[in-house]
Every structure is written in C-alpha cells, then in structure tokens.
Ligand binder design. Structure first.
Ligand code: AMP
Ligand code: MG
Length: 361
C-alpha cells in the first residue's frame, strides 16, 4: 500500500496535540547527592517524547539521553504502520502470500501483542488495522466522515488476531489472509518506553522517566527521593484551553512502573452530535462505547500499560476492573457521568486536582 508524505504529516500533528500526560517534575533540579535531573524532548513516533534522567554529570546525561532516543528511533523505523519500509509494512504487504523474517524487536513485540490479545479475549487486536483505515481521523475534523456499515463490515472480516502466525524459532511473521494488516499503534509506544529505559539502565543510570506522549515508564526515584510524579489529563478540558494536555485532573507517583492513558478525546470527530474516536471495538468495528471516556493503567512495564489501557477502554468498567485486579495492576477510569473508578491500591495513592470528577465514597 502506498502512503504519502502528506499522510504522515496529517498523522504527526494530531499526535503532537495529544501530549496528555505531563510529568510534573521535568525541570533541571539539583539535589544534595550532587545528582542532577536533566531532560530533553524530541519528536519521535509521530509524537512528543521526553526523557528525564538523574545523572552525576551533564556529559553522562547527554550520552544516555541520546542512547534512549536512538532506541526509540530504531523502533519507530521497524514498527511504523505509516512508513513504506517498516517491518510492519513488509508483513502487511505479504499478507496471505509469504512469511517475513523480522528483527528480534519486532518478534518480541509481536509475541507480547499476542499475549495481550489472548488475555483480553481479543479486546486488544492489532489486526483491527483494515477497519481503522476506514475511519479517517485527521486533524481537519471537517473532512472526517463515518464509513458506511457495509464498508465497516467488510473490513471487519479481516480482523482476527488468531490468524497471525509467529514462528519464533525462525523469527518469521505471517498474516494468514490477503488484505489483513496489523497496526501496533496501541502498544508500540509503551514498548518503546520499556526499551529506552532498558538502554538507559544499562548505562549505569539509577533513575529516569521516559514519556512517549501519554505512555510513560519510570524507574528509580527522582532527586527528592520520591517516585516520579505524573498527571492524568482531564478528558473534557474547557474548549478555550490552549494546552489541553496541561489540564490535569489527578496526580500520582510512579515507582518502577509504567502508566498509559487511552481516551476518547485523543483522536476524534463529532458528527450530528455524536463523538467518534480512535479506539475501536474489534467485535463491531465501531468506536468502543463502553461508557468510559478515559482509562489509565499502571503496570510494571510500558507495553502492558499501553495495550491494557486500550483493551480496558473497549471492555468497559466492570470487565476492565476485574481484568486489572486479576493481573494485580492498577487503573484509574473516568466514565461518561464524571465518576472516577479506581483499583483498591490507588484509593490512597491518587490526588485529585479537580472537583469536576467524583471519587467513589
Ligand atoms: P491507544 O491510544 O494506545 O489506546 O491506541 C489506540 C490506537 O491503537 C489506535 O489509533 C489504533 O491505531 C489502534 N487500535 C484501535 N483500537 C484498537 C484495538 N481494539 N486493539 C488494538 N489496537 C487498536
Ligand atoms: Mg494503548
């Protein structure tokens, strides 16, 4: 499939406006042990990435931050659905034809993706791509339209994660039917944050925070000796807000954990008063309508938080809560009536900054 540079631009700008979780501790900050916090931001994976490290020297900080970004860039080149020469595009172009030899990283994320698709009973399904393509979520919302039911149904026939063959020994991946496509947009940023953290740790750094838009992985403690303070974006910021991603409704501390948020406000359009957003229910091919408007998941690794926030958004509050508690992960959900739902562990750990949303009694 041919994708033009123009398409890429259309993708880039909406993502840039999606920096919906910000670290509240992202300033260079000296502490008593002569360790200093350094941070740098770059645009990668079609979005805004920030790496913050606690380092004994500026030189070391520069070296590890460069290495972290290089890791993210490498994964972007391998996994980008919109690039003509990524491994994902190679796999998609060979659907129903032949197996494709892939890198260790692509093989690893494909295996992790399968694990999540199975654990969520298909609520997370990377083969949703042919349906996503029919929903043209672009920055120019006036050109967006709802695809016909027939088109959605046709595309939906190609969706089934069980039809992905992964030959781990041979490092090969195959989509069993012509027309099938995979899109790792719901897991790749969390995975890239994991890999960047691995790279930074291997260089001897004791604490860092990697944020790829709203997919954030922290390790170690910040210079004030606490977990990294992160905020969750208000899913319904005021329409006048110039920087909605800075409108935070709750904060919590991340200690050796990752957080990701999926919401119906990140990429959407409104037609005839109805909101259509980018998280699709693989059972229907339509935007998930589970009653939730924002789901944040806190898990030990970024790929888990990223994929599970997408899956829980599809599953809804009840099933989502059960799933997270069975895995011993945490979650902060906001429903359409402005109620906040929390896993047990978070009840004391979260601080609300807005009275727009109500905590359970
Ligand atoms: P996120 O923002 O992490 O929730 O991921 C949303 C992105 O993942 C979308 O832009 C699609 O590319 C893709 N996606 C949408 N629905 C699903 C789904 N049910 N399972 C897996 N990926 C999805
Ligand atoms: Mg996700």
């Amino acid at each position: 499939m041919k994708r033009k540079a123009e398409d890429k631009k259309k993708i880039l700008f909406p993502f840039l406006s999606l920096l919906f979780i910000i670290s509240l501790s992202l300033f260079i900050y000296s502490c008593t042990k002569k360790e200093t916090m350094y941070k740098e931001s770059r645009v990668l994976m079609d979005t805004f990435c920030t790496i913050t490290v606690v380092s004994p020297s500026k030189e070391m900080a520069k070296d590890v931050i460069d290495a972290g970004f290089a890791e993210i860039k490498k994964l972007e080149l391998l996994l980008n659905y919109f690039s003509v020469d990524s491994e994902i595009t190679e796999i998609n172009n060979a659907a129903g034809i032949n197996l494709i030899k892939v890198s260790d990283e692509t093989l690893e994320i494909m295996n992790k993706t399968r694990e999540i698709s199975q654990a969520t009973n298909g609520a997370f399904d990377p083969t949703i791509a042919p349906v996503v393509k029919q929903w043209k979520f672009s920055k120019d919302k006036s050109t967006s339209s709802v695809p016909s039911k027939t088109i959605v149904e046709q595309a939906l026939r190609l969706v089934d994660f069980r039809k992905i063959t992964i030959d781990t020994d041979a490092s090969e991946v195959f989509l069993q039917e012509k027309g099938m496509e995979i899109d790792l947009g719901g897991i790749a940023k969390g995975y890239a944050a994991d890999k960047a953290v691995e790279t930074i740790k291997a260089k001897g750094i004791k604490a860092a925070l990697v944020a790829i838009a709203g997919d954030i992985r922290g390790f170690g403690l910040n210079p004030s000796g606490q977990g990294w303070k992160v905020g969750i974006q208000n899913p319904r910021p005021s329409s006048e807000s110039e920087k909605p991603w800075e409108d935070i409704f709750a904060v919590l501390h991340l200690k050796d954990k990752a957080i990701s948020t999926s919401g119906d406000y990140q990429r959407f359009f409104i037609k005839k008063g109805k909101r259509y957003h980018h998280i699709l229910d693989p059972d229907t091919g339509y935007p998930a309508d589970s009653g939730l408007i924002s789901v944040s998941v806190i898990a030990p690794e970024g790929y888990l938080a990223d994929s599970l926030s997408t899956a829980v958004f599809v599953l809804g509050a009840e099933k989502g809560m059960k799933l997270l508690e069975s895995m011993e992960f945490d979650g902060v959900f906001v429903d359409a009536d402005n109620n906040i739902l929390l896993t047990k562990n978070l009840r004391k750990a979260i601080k609300l900054l807005s009275n727009k949303y109500r905590l359970p009694n």
